[in-house]
Write a new protein. Sequence first.
Length: 183
Amino acid sequence: MTTTTSEGLWSQLKTRPGRLFWLGCSLAVIGSAAMVWPQLAHLVIGGFAGWLLWLAGALMLGASLLMTGAKSFWPGVVSSLVAVAAGVFLLFNPAAGAIAVTLLVAAAFIVDGAFQLALALELRPLKVWRWILSSAMASVVAALMLAGGVFQGSTPAFGLMAGIAVLTTGLAFMALGDAARKA
């Protein structure tokens, strides 16, 4: 390794090769499932957004009820009921939530790709850096295709692109764990 930061990172990674490998396996399974059942992946993401919004609204309502008598009581109740209603709507219409979440997923893939690119460049002297770089490129390409509307309105394409991005991340972590184990 050429820098102390890279050496420190590599020595840390070598202490947890099994965790890295199994994290990669878990991601690879999730990514593969999204590729095999792309429409289900899209609906699961939309439904999950509904559950989160419903739960957040319920918690906001609870907080608002603790503030009886305050000027912000009624605005808090109204905003929390709107969040609960939106969450319930998304629960019963997960496709609507999935469409709204597409841009958030694209943003997450951009951040994931940037993280993996930084990691790959830091581990560059090692052979495993190529796996991580490939995964970074797959995440960024998936994000750009989703955000750019290349597959506009195509539920299977969303699941497929998300699956590819998560699968390649899993494979990269599996390779990283394997390289750390062999070091």
